[in-house]
Design a protein around this ligand. Sequence first.
Ligand SMILES: [Zn+2]
Length: 193
Amino acid sequence: MLKFYFGPMDCGKSTLALQMNYNHGRQGRRGLVLTKHDRSGGARVTSRIGLGLEAVEVVDSLDLVELVTGQTGLDYLICDEACFYSVEQIEQLADLVDGHGIDVYAFGLASDFRSVMFPAAQRLFELADEVCRLQVEVLCWCGRPGLLNGRIVGGELVRTGEQVVIGDTDDSPVRYQVLCRRHHRAGLLGEGT
Ligand SMILES: [Zn+2]
């Protein structure tokens, strides 16, 4: 089974990923936790509410089929930040499900700061057995559901640039803000931001 859980920043994706790993572990199942560009900057899955776990960092050269078949007795993978994996790595996740009996639970953003889908997320939409929009509500400053990720540089919403830029760190001029569709399209960030 290949499942993809998607939602904007702050909707609890990493928290759910860690909870799912815990639940499977309690049933005696063996799994690996993978991530890429976690907010901690290291090879860990960390959640905004303070949970954390060591994880395998998914670099572009990593073959996920080799990673999994190189170990014995694995039942499942938890793939956090899967939107940042390569399309080829998403294909490898499908191969693991179909050819090796691994359950894969992928978590990530669907779309980037322009509201355009990440290639890996698009491939997950195409290949996954099940796709779930996470319902933990993140609100725009206006109170509507926050569906899209805005990239803000110098106090302004930007619409051009590299698809992946790490932000919200002390030494980055880039930050991200979840907005409703109306205010993402209008570029309105609300008062006090
Ligand atoms: Zn709004």
